[in-house]
Design a protein around this ligand. Structure first.
Ligand code: HEC
Length: 116
C-alpha cells in the first residue's frame, strides 16, 4: 500500500512538472496592439521626421494608426526597417537599425490584422 501511494504521488508530481513545462515552451499567445506596442516604437524612432507635417524631407507622416498601416501596405515600411544597418533607404534614415524585437512586433501587428 505504501509503495502504491508513493507511486501515486510521484505520478502526480510528474504530471504537474509536465504541465508547467508545456506552459513555458508553448506558443506565446500575445496579440500585438497599435496603442500599447507599435505606437511607442514609431514615436521614439520615426516621428522626429515623419511627424505632421513631415520634416527633413520625409515624404509622409506616421502619426496615426492609419498612417502606419498605409505605409506598411503601400510604402514598404517593413522592407525599410528590415534593411541592414547603413544600407541605402534603411529607416530610421541615417540612424540605428531598430532592435529585431521591435521589427518583429511591427511584423506581427500586420500579421494579426492591425489591431487597435
Ligand atoms: C532623420 C529623418 C527620418 C527618420 C528618423 C525616419 N525617416 Fe523614414 N524617411 C525619411 C526620408 C528623408 C525619406 C525619403 C527618402 C527615402 O525614401 O529614403 C523617408 C522615407 C521613408 C519611407 C518610404 C516612403 C515612400 O513612400 O517611399 C518609409 C516607409 C519610412 N521612411 C519609414 C520610416 C520609419 C518606419 C521610421 C522609424 C523607424 C523612419 N522612417 C524614420 C526620413 C526619416
Amino acid at each position: 500500500m505504501k509503495k502504491l501511494l508513493i507511486l501515486f504521488f510521484s505520478f502526480l508530481f510528474m504530471s504537474c512538472a509536465n504541465d508547467s513545462e508545456s506552459d513555458l515552451t508553448g506558443p506565446v499567445p500575445i496579440k500585438i496592439s497599435y496603442n500599447s506596442d507599435v505606437k511607442p516604437i514609431i514615436q521614439s524612432n520615426c516621428l522626429f521626421c515623419h511627424t505632421n507635417p513631415p520634416q527633413n524631407g520625409a515624404p509622409m507622416s506616421l502619426v496615426t494608426l492609419l498612417d502606419v498601416r498605409n505605409a506598411i501596405e503601400n510604402r514598404g515600411l517593413l522592407d525599410r526597417i528590415s534593411r541592414p544597418q547603413g544600407a541605402p533607404g534603411m529607416m530610421p534614415n541615417g540612424g540605428t537599425r531598430l532592435p529585431q524585437t521591435s521589427i518583429d512586433i511591427i511584423i506581427k501587428w500586420r500579421d494579426d490584422g492591425f489591431l487597435d
